[in-house]
Design a protein around this ligand. Structure first.
Ligand code: IMO
Ligand code: MG
Length: 409
């Protein structure tokens, strides 16, 4: 069976941790989108792993991990990441596979990415990893793919500097590359976990364009980015935080702005260590936005949500969420397409009483404080999507499911 995990907000929801957890029942983990802009943090065996390109299944010893064709890959960053895994005792040899249709990020793309963003009238605030440049070249048919490294005409068309830079990686990549469509066909009886990067609101089509990334971060991206076709996807799960964060620029309707809200934002930023895992930038903080979450549930066709960070609200007197928007004096409950409208929105907040007891100590649904369960049930009613799992702390053991997720819906 094939199970997709995506971010349901603006990234950093805890996808990496959940992929690591769910990988236990997977044979293969395929990352289907993004590049080294992602930062997937996993805390396990008393160690912290921050993965950017390598799928989060790598921490489990016997899993095969695949960098899908939907990704853009910088070989130096990939091998650096693999070396740092070796240093931490993770044996990755023969377990890491790369689609030969994945596109390459070349060294000059990073400078180009930063230069373009600096000259934008309204900069996106990219991670500076050359992501937009690589996807841009891909769309304009000027990109270089893994397979192209062995095409003499394309190889000769590269600058000498790029050839010299790529040459040391070629032999190793040759032993890792596959035709992913063939590989997926040959493994169709296996349990495959499809790992997204970024989040629905950073998706090139469905996100807050132009303040988005350049890949396909919604579940549909798994079908193209992992070479398996939409009818081979059996279930889709979306991870979201009990509040909302965003790194970089762009509209954020439920952002905690203004004195009283900012103080709460600062408190959550500290409690949740909300600093970018890739760039170290402080993340902007907002109230959980249920209008955006319902939108995300729809565009990802989610079978279930996984809720993370609810434990951060343990001990709070009240927990507020955004249940509607006010746009130019009118109340709306849909997620607008127009950036200027998204920027003018004021959030309509609804407060819920805090709870006695600790979500952080819960290891099953029945353990959860009653107030927290009511809060979760409100989210389910609002979005129409069941919350089927919880991450209640950074460690692998601080995770539980309400139902079996490795079953096709
Ligand atoms: P994970 O997988 C959060 C944001 C950047 C910027 C915008 C475009 O860890 O959830 P890019 O470099 O992709 O062109 O930047 O997207 N961004 C992320 N924000 N988590 C991520 O990934 C992100 N990947 C990109 O901050 O606003
Ligand atoms: Mg991240």
């Amino acid at each position: 069976m094939n199970l997709v995990i995506v971010g349901a907000q603006w990234g950093d929801e805890g996808k990496g941790k959940m992929v690591d957890y769910l990988a236990e029942n997977a044979d293969i983990v395929v990352r289907f989108s993004g590049g080294a802009n992602a930062g997937h943090t996993i805390m396990v065996h008393g160690d912290t792993f921050v993965l950017h390109l390598i799928p989060s299944g790598i921490i489990s010893p016997d899993k095969i991990v695949v960098l899908g064709n939907g990704m853009v890959i910088e070989p130096s960053a990939m091998f650096e990441e693999l070396t740092s895994l070796s240093v931490k005792g993770i044996d990755w040899e023969k377990r890491v596979i790369i689609s030969d249709r994945a596109h390459l990020v070349l060294p000059d793309y990073k400078n180009e990415d930063m230069r373009i963003d600096e000259h934008r009238a309204r900069p996106v605030g990219t991670t500076g990893r050359g992501i937009g440049v690589a996807y841009g070249k891909k769309a304009s048919r000027d990109g270089i793919r893994i397979a192209d490294l062995w095409d003499p005409v394309i190889w000769d068309s590269l600058s000498e500097a790029n050839r010299n830079w790529l040459a040391p990686y070629k032999e190793k990549i040759a032993s890792m590359k596959v035709n992913l469509a063939d590989f997926m066909m040959a493994n169709q009886d296996k349990n495959i976990l499809l790992e997204g990067a970024q989040g629905a609101l950073l998706d090139l089509d469905h996100g807050t364009y132009p303040y988005v990334s350049s890949g396909s971060s919604v579940s549909a991206g798994a079908a193209t980015g992992a070479a398996l076709g939409p009818r081979r996807i059996h279930s889709c799960l979306g991870v979201f935080k009990a509040y909302q964060t965003r790194v970089g620029n762009g509209p954020f309707p439920s952002e905690m702005l203004g004195d009283e809200h900012e103080a709460l934002g600062a408190q959550l930023q500290k409690l949740g260590h909300e600093y970018g895992a890739t760039t170290g930038r402080p993340r902007r903080i907002g109230y959980l936005d249920l209008v955006a979450l319902r939108y995300s549930g729809w565009i990802n066709s989610l079978d279930g949500f996984i809720l993370s960070h609810l434990n951060l609200y343990d001990g709070f007197e009240a927990v507020s969420v955004c249940t509607a928007y006010e746009l130019d004096g009118n109340r709306i409950d849909y997620f607008p397409s127009c950036t200027a409208e998204l920027e003018r929105i004021k959030p309509v907040l609804q407060a819920f009483p805090g709870w006695d007891g600790a979500v952080g100590a819960a290891r099953c649904w029945e353990d959860m404080p009653e107030g927290a369960r009511k809060f979760v049930e409100f989210i389910e009613d609002y979005t129409g999507v069941p919350v089927c799992g919880f991450s209640v702390g950074p460690l692998r053991g601080e995770t539980f499911m309400r139902n079996e997720v490795w079953t096709a819906s």
